[in-house]
Design a protein around this ligand. Structure first.
Ligand SMILES: Nc1nc2c(ncn2[C@@H]2O[C@H](COP(=O)(O)OP(=O)(O)OP(=O)(O)O)[C@@H](O)[C@H]2O)c(=O)[nH]1
Length: 731
């Protein structure tokens, strides 16, 4: 029957030896003594052991948990009683005074001399024929006021330590209360009630019954009437301080105790259920029953722990790959795993995908779509181009040495630096994608790979080198995309709205502002005055326009002023520029005769061109007041303003086309030249750089901390298996 306690002790020993905190996770059944300071906890333990072995004194004496395992020596044993400490495994302590000294010494060693406490337990085993198998834990007494140089929060520290032990559902709480205080309100019972409100696993112990005021007794408490506990209350009379000083023997103390109960008027009826001997028996049977009750639970818990530990151990390496014969295959396995993780992170199929932040492929797409997209959108197409710049460019292009290509060159000159503005965000986009790939490669690696720090860092080095190799060509290519755009300004681009679009755009803007002005004017002056000036100007402009329409039409052909217009060709925008900025001077533009005019009207392309120019003409006619006889295209400042605005609109249109192209092509280039290239070549590169027999030994130098961790994990697994087997046998 008792061997279940032995079984638990064995499990506890092994867990303590390998220091894995197995006891914490398995929650081994054990008895925990709780009580306020000087309540008599140590005295209770000594009475149960029937030995004088615990440090005694005033103030706080127990400053570390003492895990006390009592082991019954067989009756036939010739062995004397002795004790063993887990921290002094080679020595048997036959002198119990020496046990006390060792407890004091080790307490000071760990908890210091300033009356502070430590959570690190002392493990003591006592072998005796006179003890019943029991596992008990003595804890520091609950206190309220710090004494000496104790830390200010000592009360909190002790409470939390005690709560840690007693809140484990498998623990039995031995709540010690001195009879000479208000028992029902004792600290130990209050604390026990917190974690065991139904009182199912709390046993009450009332000490110092001999010190109660004459005429009072604790019968109500001991019989469970005052405070119901399933496991009941046991009354005790331990040795007084005086008894200790006079070295009263334990045997005598037990006798005195028994006599006290038998003779006491109030207690003689329950004397058989009082005293240290009864308590020891009671605790033993409670613990045995408790352990038996908990064994199935413990077994299933152990089974789960075995599974977990097996899994953890597997992460430190596959046993199939251990040994020098397998070095090559191990390296190959590691680098394949690394490459797979790298590509999985890019593809977004990695099982370790973060839910906290964007990473891998998703982050690269975010860089393309959001960061890069916004950076391009933020560029103002006409930034840094002043009206004077445009005016100068126009004047230069309409100077005396005008040639057919001069206006194109002027437009080129103005638009090219703007296109260059796209270069910096494009290169930054390459860099960000590169950084993300570098980040991915630093996060790759399994627990098993961490065993080999050299191999791990080499894998990162090789992938980093590969990424750096690709960074140059990718950046160069992306830069060349901008160079291409700058090399030829294609005003014939199908999406370039040219003059018509620009004019419409301008018209819209002007209409808007005109309407606004008129509204403002109406608001200020009431109904408008007559618009005679404008009407006159319009009439005059119309006249001029009719006179000039033929000459305008003749200059708009893609093939020059006199060349034929090719059927199917688009309305020529460059020729418009030529005309507009003086590719052919007005005097050079031939007037068409009535026949030629009608010829042009039948040609849809020419008529469309006519429309463009007609629009321009009418625009000027409607917007600019000309003095009689003044040439419409003379160097008037109004005309120049119009031209400046028009060219600005054209620059914006053209820039937007290029921006779209770059926004489309840069991510494609990065994907092709950097991301996909690295993704596809990473495995081959790793193999060719690292799968070399002369490197194996160096690469597979194991990290000592990880190796120790693996050994610990292995020991833990063995232990759990052993414990599982022991429990399985006894169920
Ligand atoms: N007369 C009498 N004195 C007792 C009894 N129990 C304990 N004492 C005395 O009370 C004092 C404190 O007892 P301990 O057993 O050291 O109390 P503790 O709860 O272990 O104290 P800490 O570990 O310091 O919290 C000692 O002087 C004991 O001799 C008892 O039943 N009767």
């Amino acid at each position: 029957m008792d061997n279940v306690i032995d079984l638990v002790n064995k499990i506890q020993d092994v867990f303590s030896t390998i220091g894995v905190g197995g006891n914490d996770s398995l929650d081994l059944p054990q008895i925990i003594t709780v009580g306020s300071q000087s309540a008599g906890k140590s005295s209770v333990l000594e009475n149960i052991v029937q030995r004088d072995f615990l440090p005694r004194g005033s103030g706080i004496v127990t400053r570390r948990p003492l895990v006390l395992q009592l082991v019954t020596l067989p009756p036939a044993s010739t062995e004397e009683d002795y004790g063993e400490f887990l921290h002094v495994p080679t020595k048997r302590f036959y002198d119990f005074g020496e046990i006390r000294q060792e407890i004091e010494h080790d307490t000071t060693r760990i908890a210091g001399t300033n009356k502070g406490i430590s959570r690190q337990p002392i493990h003591l085993k006592i072998y005796s024929k006179r003890v019943l198998n029991l596992t008990m834990v003595d804890l520091p007494g609950l206190t309220k006021i710090p004494i000496g140089d104790q830390p200010a929060d000592i009360e909190k520290q002790i409470r939390s330590l005690v709560l840690d032990y007693i809140s484990k559902p498998n623990s039995i709480i031995l709540a010690v209360s001195p009879a000479n205080t208000d028992i029902a309100n004792s600290d130990s019972l209050k604390l026990a009630r917190k974690v065991d409100p139904a009182g199912k696993r709390t046993i009450g112990v009332v000490t110092k019954l001999d010190l109660m005021d004459a005429g009072t007794n604790a019968l109500d408490v001991l019989t469970g009437r005052a405070f119901p506990l399933k496991l009941g209350f046991v009354g005790l009379v331990n040795r007084s301080q005086q008894d200790i000083l006079t070295n009263k023997s334990m045997d005598d103390a037990i006798k005195t105790e028994q006599e006290f109960f038998v003779r006491h008027a109030a207690y003689k009826g329950i004397a058989a259920r009082c005293g240290s001997t009864y308590l020891a028996k009671q605790l033993n049977s409670i613990l045995v029953a408790h352990i038996r009750d908990k064994l199935p639970d413990m077994r299933s818990k152990l089974s789960a722990m075995i599974g977990q530990t097996q899994h953890e151990l597997a992460q430190y390496g596959d046993p199939a790959f251990i040994g020098s014969a397998h070095k090559g295959s191990l390296v190959l396995k590691m680098l394949t795993m690394f490459a797979t993780q790298f590509t999985a992170s890019i593809d977004g199929t990695s099982p370790e995908i973060s839910t906290k932040e964007l990473s891998g492929g998703a982050r690269i797409y975010f860089i393309f779509n959001n960061i890069f997209g916004h950076a391009l959108d933020a560029i103002i197409p006409c930034s840094n181009i002043t009206n004077d710049d445009i005016r100068t460019a126009i004047r230069n292009s309409t100077g005396p040495r005008c040639s057919l290509f001069v206006p194109e060159l002027a437009f080129d000159l103005l638009v090219r630096p703007q296109i260059r503005l796209l270069e910096s965000p494009s290169l930054r986009c390459v860099d960000m994608a590169f950084q993300e790939l570098s980040k991915i490669c630093h996060t790759c690696g399994t627990k098993e790979l961490m065993r080999f720090p050299k191999l791990h860092s080499k894998l990162i080095d090789v992938v980093s080198d590969l990424l750096h190799e690709r960074l140059g060509p990718t950046s160069t290519y992306v830069k060349s995309l901008i160079d291409l755009e700058c090399a030829y300004i294609n005003t014939n681009h199908p999406d370039f709205p040219g003059a018509t679009g620009a004019m419409q755009e301008l018209e819209k803007t002007r209409n808007k502002s005109r309407k606004k002005q008129q509204n403002d004017h109406l608001k200020v002056n009431g109904t408008s005055t007559t618009n005679t000036t404008n009407t006159a100007a319009t009439t005059m402009d119309l006249k001029r326009r009719n006179e000039r329409s033929s000459s305008i039409t003749s200059s708009t052909s893609m093939n020059g002023p006199n060349g034929p217009t090719l059927p199917g060709s688009s309305p020529s925008k460059d020729s418009f520029l030529n005309y507009f900025f003086g590719g052919a001077s007005r005097t050079d533009r031939p007037n068409l005769g009535p026949n030629e005019k009608s010829l042009h009207h039948t040609n849809p392309i020419t008529s469309l061109t006519n429309d463009i120019e007609g629009e321009l003409e009418s625009h000027f006619a409607n917007n600019f007041t000309l003095e009689s006889g003044e040439d419409f295209f003379a160097q008037s400042s109004d005309k120049e303003d119009m031209e400046v605005e028009l060219i600005r609109t054209l620059i914006i249109s053209y820039f937007n086309i290029v921006r779209k192209t770059i926004q489309d092509l840069v991510p494609k280039a990065i994907m092709h030249l950097l991301v996909n290239f690295t993704r596809e070549s990473v495995q081959n590169r790793l193999v060719s750089e690292l799968y070399r027999e002369d490197l194996f030994n160096d690469l597979l130098l194991e990290d000592s901390a990880v190796a120790a961790e693996r050994t610990r994990c292995k020991a833990m697994l063995d232990m759990y298996r052993k414990a599982f087997a022991i429990i399985s046998e006894s169920i």
